[in-house]
Write a protein that binds this ligand. Structure first.
Ligand SMILES: [Zn+2]
Ligand SMILES: [Zn+2]
Length: 492
């Protein structure tokens, strides 16, 4: 315990951080020096910003403070900020420059419930049951904003024509914020979008993702005394249980990479002696393409209808608006990002950070060799390109509107699971800051390449057109719904 406390003090202590790159490395960035020098001299600024957002973890569509921090910093740095876009109060677009090309950067900032955790290498919630940045979106948004500002400084000093836009996209965790940017056509004037995600490695993202639909099934029955008048009652909970039973049988007969999961959000009351009149179950269905997705969803809907019929209840289906598309990959874009990831290199932890990481690694089984990998960039594996990552992201909807290039930078200790206390712990330390600065540098080098080499953008656009197909028209998976702004508000 004493040792752990010492580590915490070391990691949390104010750090005077000198420029991380050696003089030799600096010479590699002659063309991009303005952007890279700015990021190297701004460690404390972004360390402070990421930690302030980490310390105020806000759930999807409720990210008022986090969004405001980014908007203020962007405004102070010469961006024109439009807030509350696409019907989402915490969404924003920050713009600098004029004319084409227009390069976008995605920034997320929502947290997760139940993941409150201190910056110590053992489980210790700051608030029991409170929110925490288990997906690292505090670092995500901060790295994207840092990258946007570095690019702006370069555009300004080199008097280069072009526009940089930072998209502040709320509610990635289940709210599908980016879907509504896409639905409003807010990427229509953008030539290419850069994206990253905090991870346990430094690597370009070359796997696609699952499409996803969320539906809430609300069953209604008739309440009655469960012993004296059961014949007069109809149990809504029976409806939910019958539906889940049927879906669990159906599960065997769907494509093996599809996923169905549910939680009972209203269990139908508290007293066994009252026949439950209301009960509710919330479902996610995921599949590798929208055709399979709709096919499975129709069968799950049938299970709900069948359950209602059999139990003498009724069911109302509420399809949520934040349904998301799979990611459309772009190989030329991925290769360009790989090149610049390799130029930037991985993260260099100092002794204190490494000691902290070793303590975290003891809880996950990660080896010394695993920890060493943070200094390196994973190679581009052609054979992995296009494989399915069994997860979903609302970046998918962006990627059908404009070419998107994505990558990971190390913000978490290798071996840590997604959405874990370990991620919250390391993300809120200087380990998180170092990772987000790698991302900001990769954004800068890639964007500068796109601004100065038109042929690159042309090849990315050609690949995008080819993969999307002729006469493609984007439509959200659930086209008739807006954002569920209260999806994270606790209901009585
Ligand atoms: Zn997440
Ligand atoms: Zn995430």
């Amino acid at each position: 315990m004493k040792k752990n406390r010492q580590l915490m003090v070391l990691v949390l202590g104010t750090l005077i951080f000198s420029a991380s790159l050696s003089a030799q490395k600096q010479n590699d960035f002659k063309k991009e020096a303005v952007a890279i020098d700015y990021l190297n001299s701004s460690f404390e600024t972004y360390d402070k910003i990421q930690k302030s957002i980490w310390a105020t973890p806000e759930l999807g569509f409720l990210e008022e403070k986090s969004s405001a921090v980014h908007q203020k910093h962007l405004t102070e740095n010469g961006f024109k900020v439009e807030s509350g876009v696409a019907g989402m109060p915490t969404a924003f677009i920050a713009t600098y420059g004029s004319g084409s090309p227009v390069i976008g950067i995605l920034a997320e900032f929502d947290a997760l419930s139940g993941l409150s955790q201190d910056t110590v290498p053992y489980p210790k919630p700051l608030i029991v049951g409170g929110n925490g940045h288990g997906c690292g979106h505090h670092a995500f948004g901060t790295g994207s904003v840092a990258g946007g500002i570095a690019i702006k400084k370069w555009l300004e000093s080199t008097k280069t024509k072009g526009t940089i836009k930072v998209f502040g996209t709320p509610a990635e965790e289940g709210g599908g914020g980016k879907v509504f940017f896409a639905k409003e056509g807010l990427f229509n004037d953008v030539d290419a979008v850069l994206d990253w995600h905090p991870g346990t490695a430094n690597a370009v993202s070359i796997r696609t993702s699952l499409a996803r639909i969320s539906t809430i099934y609300h069953f209604s029955g008739i309440s009655a005394h469960a012993a004296a008048n059961p014949d007069q009652g109809r149990s809504a909970l029976d409806g939910v249980e019958a539906m889940n039973q049927m879906v669990n049988a159906l599960r065997e007969h769907i494509p093996s990479d599809a996923r169905i999961h549910y939680v009972i959000t209203n269990g139908g009351g508290l007293s066994p002696n009252v026949v439950p009149a209301e009960a509710e179950v919330s479902y996610f269905v995921r599949a590798k393409n929208t055709k399979e997705l709709f096919d499975i969803v129709a069968r799950v809907d049938n299970a709900a209808d069948g359950a209602a019929l059999g139990t003498g209840t009724t069911v109302v289906k509420n399809r949520l608006g934040g349904a998301i598309s799979p990611v459309l990959l772009n190989k030329p874009f991925s290769k360009l990002i790989q090149k610049h990831l390799e130029r930037v290199g991985g993260v260099q932890w100092d002794e204190r950070e490494l000691a902290f990481a070793k303590e975290i690694a003891k809880t996950t089984g990660a080896t010394q060799e695993d920890l060493e990998k943070v200094k390196t960039i994973e190679p581009f594996k052609e054979e992995t390109f296009g494989q399915l990552l069994p997860a979903s992201t609302d970046v998918g909807d962006v990627s059908w509107n404009v070419p998107v290039g994505s990558f990971n930078a190390t913000v978490f200790v290798p071996g840590s699971a997604g959405h874990s206390w370990q991620n919250v712990a390391s993300g809120g330390t200087t380990i998180g800051t170092k990772g987000l600065l790698v991302a900001a540098k990769v954004f800068s080098l890639t964007a500068i390449d796109l601004f100065t080499t038109p042929a690159l953008l042309e090849s990315i656009k050609a690949d995008f057109k080819k993969s999307r197909g002729e006469n493609y028209h984007y439509q959200p998976i659930v086209p008739d719904k807006g954002p569920e702004l209260d999806y994270r508000v606790k209901k009585q």
